[in-house]
Design a protein around this ligand. Structure first.
Ligand SMILES: C[S@@+](CC[C@H](N)C(=O)[O-])C[C@H]1O[C@@H](n2cnc3c(N)ncnc32)[C@H](O)[C@@H]1O
Length: 346
C-alpha cells in the first residue's frame, strides 16, 4: 500500500499545494492520516501527554464546573455536556464518573466513524453522538461545551513575511516550501491584520479552521458555557524573534521538532492557537468572555470550592500528583491556557 508521502508526491507533480491541504491529509487522511484510522495512544506510551492522560482529575474538575452550570440554569432536564475531540473517550469517562449519578446528558461531536466505535465500546449508552457542530443548531437548548486540545489539531495555513509582503507557503513535489499568492481571499484578509515590522522570513500559522469552528459553535442552539483548553499564545507573543519559525511542530514518541514535512501521517502535527484571534472572533459572533487565563491559575480557581470542601483532609498522593501536573507552571500550568465563554441561546 502506498504511503501518504507517495500519494502526495503524485498529487504534487501537478503543482505545489497550500500547506493547509498537506496538513489536512497528514492528520485526517482516512487510512494514512495520523488521526485517520482510529485513536492512537496518548500518554507515556504514545507520542505526547495531554491533561486527560495525566489522570481523572481534569475530568473531575470539568464535571464539577458542568454541575455548577446545570444548577445555574435551573437543573433543566435537557442540560447536556457536549464534548468535541473526544478521542478514545477517556475524558468522557472521567467526567461521567465524577457526575456521581446526576442526570446530565453527554453528547460527543465526532465526525470519524472509527472513533465513534471506540468511544461506544468504552462508554456504551451513557453518551450520544452527532457527526458535526451543524447538528447542534436544532438542540440541545442548555449545555456545557468542552474540548481539550482540539483547535491545535486543525490544519493551518502558513504565511511568511518577505520583508515587503506576507505570502502563503506551498509544498512542492520535492517536499520543500515555496512562497506564492494566497490560495483564498479569507487568508489574504487575515494577513491584513498582521504586523509588517517583522524580520524577513518570520513565519506564522493562520488557523482559518479554528475561526470557522468558533463561528459554527456560536450558531448552536444552546444557552450555556464553552470551555476550551489548549496550548496557545496571545497575538503579540507570535511576533517575537524567538517565534520567527512559527509554532508548528511535529511530535513523535515525546520528541518534538520542526521537520514538519518528514514522515507525513506518522507523527502528530500541531500548532499553538492564537487566543487573541479566537476571543476576537468569538465575541464578534455573540459569545462573551467570562474567563481566560493560564491553565494553572484557571483550574486552581475551578478547584477551589472542592479543595475547601475537603476541610483540611489531605489529597491522596495520586490526586496530588495530577493536580501538580495540571497546574504547576513547570508542567502544564503555564503552557496551556483555558478560555471560558458564555453563550446566549441562538
Ligand atoms: C490532540 S488530540 C486531543 C485528544 C483529547 N481531547 C485529549 O485531550 O486527550 C486532538 C483530537 O481532536 C480530534 N479532532 C480533530 N478535528 C476534529 C473535529 N472537527 N471534530 C471532532 N474531533 C476532532 C482528533 O481526532 C483528535 O482525537
Amino acid at each position: 500500500m502506498p504511503s501518504l508521502t507517495q500519494i502526495l508526491s503524485e498529487q504534487l507533480t501537478a503543482g505545489p499545494l497550500p500547506f493547509a491541504q498537506v496538513m489536512e491529509l497528514a492528520l485526517y487522511h482516512p487510512e494514512h492520516g495520523y488521526y485517520g484510522a482510529g485513536p492512537r495512544r496518548i500518554g507515556r506510551k504514545g507520542d505526547f501527554f495531554t491533561s486527560v492522560s495525566v489522570g481523572p482529575l481534569f475530568g473531575k474538575l470539568l464535571a464539577m464546573q458542568a454541575i455548577q452550570e446545570w444548577q445555574t440554569l435551573g437543573e433543566t432536564e435537557d442540560f447536556t455536556i457536549i464534548e468535541q475531540g473526544a478521542h478514545d473517550g477517556q475524558l468522557a469517562e472521567d467526567v461521567l464518573s465524577a457526575l456521581e449519578g446526576r442526570p446530565l446528558r453527554y453528547l460527543i461531536v465526532e465526525p470519524n466513524a472509527r472513533y465513534r466505535e471506540v468511544q461506544a465500546k468504552r462508554l456504551g449508552d451513557r453518551v450520544q453522538w452527532v457527526e458535526s457542530l451543524a447538528a447542534l443548531q436544532s438542540g440541545p437548548l442548555h449545555a456545557f461545551f468542552l474540548c481539550n486540545e482540539l483547535p491545535d489539531a486543525f490544519p493551518v495555513h502558513l504565511v511568511r513575511w518577505s520583508g515587503t509582503q506576507w505570502q502563503e507557503l506551498f509544498v512542492t513535489a520535492a517536499f520543500q516550501f515555496v512562497p506564492g499568492e494566497f490560495s483564498c481571499a479569507e487568508l489574504a484578509e487575515e494577513t491584513k491584520q498582521l504586523p509588517t515590522d517583522l524580520a524577513p522570513g518570520h513565519t506564522l500559522e493562520i488557523n482559518l479552521a479554528m475561526l470557522a469552528w468558533i463561528r459554527e459553535l456560536a450558531n448552536a442552539a444552546f444557552h450555556g458555557t464553552i470551555f476550551i483548553a489548549d496550548y496557545g499564545l496571545d497575538a503579540e507573543e507570535f511576533h517575537t524573534d524567538s517565534r520567527a519559525s512559527g509554532t508548528i511542530r511535529r511530535y513523535k514518541q515525546h520528541h518534538l521538532d520542526e521537520r514538519i514535512l518528514d514522515d507525513l501521517g506518522e507523527s502528530d502535527l500541531t500548532t499553538h492557537i492564537n487566543f487573541t484571534r479566537l476571543i476576537d472572533e468569538a465575541t464578534r459572533h455573540g459569545l462573551v468572555q467570562r474567563d481566560y487565563d493560564l491553565q494553572g491559575r484557571l483550574l486552581g480557581r475551578l478547584a477551589m470550592p472542592w479543595l475547601k470542601s475537603l476541610e483540611g483532609q489531605p489529597l491522596d498522593a495520586a490526586t496530588m500528583r495530577q493536580f501538580n501536573s495540571l497546574t504547576h507552571p513547570a508542567f502544564m500550568g503555564r503552557s496551556f491556557r483555558c478560555l471560558i465563554l458564555e453563550k446566549p441561546a441562538h
